[in-house]
Structure formats: structure tokens, C-alpha cells
Design a protein around this ligand. Structure first.
Ligand SMILES: CC(C)(COP(=O)(O)OP(=O)(O)OC[C@H]1O[C@@H](n2cnc3c(N)ncnc32)[C@H](O)[C@@H]1OP(=O)(O)O)[C@@H](O)C(=O)NCCC(=O)NCCS
Length: 190
């Protein structure tokens, strides 16, 4: 077996913390809304997934910018689940908040609800997503973000679940690197 490669670039030691004042989850929580128009429909006549994805990314970007106090870019979409289709005429509401913070990165959770624009019927949960944003300085380099301070029991649950996702993401990345190193070693050996 090939030697284990160094920790992947971009992984910050777990004990490295910033000296910025913690910010509560509620300080940057936001909702962004969009009405699904006929132009937003896919070939089946329901809301195009890309429209929901853009709404999710826009809502998450607003939260990341607010929390970090400046520009922040999408580094990864860790998960995006479509639960039920949105329909033309639905009002989509993307509720977003910071779930977890690292040194320069943040996990933003987004829940998208759909309600009929002209009916008082219950909203449907159409999608959920978890995105990693990285705060950047004017040169585009990662810059430290304030630690998030979870407030409610739900915030604490989201924080713990974000840590599980991060642990799994890093483990998967490391396993793939190891597999590639093995593959390259085997290729080199002929
Ligand atoms: C995101 C970006 C700034 C990271 O820059 P980088 O020099 O690779 O960053 P580093 O390796 O120093 O890592 C910085 C942080 O990002 C995190 N990170 C980097 N790549 C990541 C990925 N693919 N998934 C999740 N987190 C990631 C690291 O874990 C680290 O987090 P931490 O500081 O909280 O521990 C850079 O890759 C970039 O500019 N990407 C393009 C972004 C973009 O154009 N988005 C679409 C439009 S907004």
C-alpha cells in the first residue's frame, strides 16, 4: 500500500481558532423568496431544479456575507436534496442560516418551502441543502470568520450534524487520495 499522503490542502488543524467575537446564528439568518414563473419550468412543466439551486445559493451567499462581514464564495455544495417538485405559480421561500463555522469556512443550511401564490394551504418542503462558503479578502484569499454561536436546541442539532458532514467529507477525501496514490503506485510499478 502506498504511504498515506499528507493531510489534504485546505484542511485546517481542528484546534486552530480565530480570535473574532462569536456571532449568534440569528444575526445572519435570512429568507429569500421567488415566484416560479412559466419561464422557470422544466420540460415536465414543474419548477426547474436549477432555479431552486440558484435560489439556494443566493440565500446562502447572503447569510455567509452577513456572518463573515464581507465577501464569501461558494466552495462546495455538500448536499442538495429535492423532496417534492415545485409548481409554476408557487412562492418559494429559501430559509438559510449558518450551521457551523471553521476558521475561514462556514456551513450554511438552506430549507426551501413552497406555498401556492393564491391559496392559504400549508407550505410544502421542496428542498434542503448544505453548502460550504469560504470568506475571502480583496485578493481572493481565505480570511477568518467569527465563530457561530448556536442559540436554540435546533441550532445545536444543526451544528452537531454539520460536524458529522465535515468529518465524513474529510474522511472521503482522504480515502480517495489514498486510493489514487495506490493506483499511481501500481501504474508506476507497471
Ligand atoms: C473556496 C476558495 C476560496 C478556497 O481557497 P483555498 O486557497 O483552496 O483555501 P484553503 O485550502 O486555504 O482552505 C480554506 C478553507 O476552505 C475550506 N475548503 C476549501 N475547499 C473546500 C471544499 N472543496 N469543500 C469544503 N471546504 C473547502 C477548507 O476546509 C478551509 O476551511 P477552514 O479554514 O474553515 O478550515 C477557492 O478554492 C476559490 O476561490 N474557489 C472558487 C470559488 C467560486 O468561484 N465559487 C463560485 C462563485 S461564488
Amino acid at each position: 500500500m502506498a504511504p498515506l499522503p499528507d493531510a489534504p490542502a485546505g484542511v485546517t488543524p481542528e484546534d486552530e481558532t480565530t480570535t473574532l467575537e462569536p456571532k449568534p446564528s440569528s444575526a445572519s439568518r435570512t429568507t429569500l423568496s421567488h415566484i416560479v414563473s412559466p419561464q422557470d419550468a422544466n420540460l415536465y412543466g414543474t419548477g426547474h431544479g436549477g432555479v431552486v439551486m440558484k435560489l439556494v445559493d443566493d440565500a446562502a451567499a447572503a447569510v455567509a456575507g452577513r456572518h463573515s462581514g464581507g465577501p464569501a464564495v461558494t466552495a462546495a455544495v455538500d448536499e442538495l436534496t429535492f423532496l417534492v417538485p415545485a409548481r409554476v405559480g408557487d412562492l418559494l421561500h429559501a430559509h438559510a442560516q449558518v450551521n457551523w463555522t471553521g476558521r475561514t469556512s462556514m456551513e450554511i443550511g438552506v430549507r426551501v418551502l413552497a406555498e401556492r401564490w393564491n391559496e392559504s394551504t400549508p407550505a410544502h418542503h421542496v428542498a434542503s441543502a448544505y453548502l460550504t462558503f469560504v470568506a475571502i479578502d480583496p485578493e481572493g484569499r481565505p480570511r477568518p470568520v467569527p465563530p457561530v454561536r448556536p442559540e436554540t436546541a435546533e441550532d445545536h442539532r444543526r451544528f452537531r450534524e454539520a460536524e458529522i458532514r465535515r468529518t465524513h467529507r474529510l474522511a472521503r477525501r482522504r480515502a480517495i487520495q489514498l486510493s489514487r496514490a495506490d493506483h499511481e503506485a501500481a501504474e508506476a510499478a507497471g
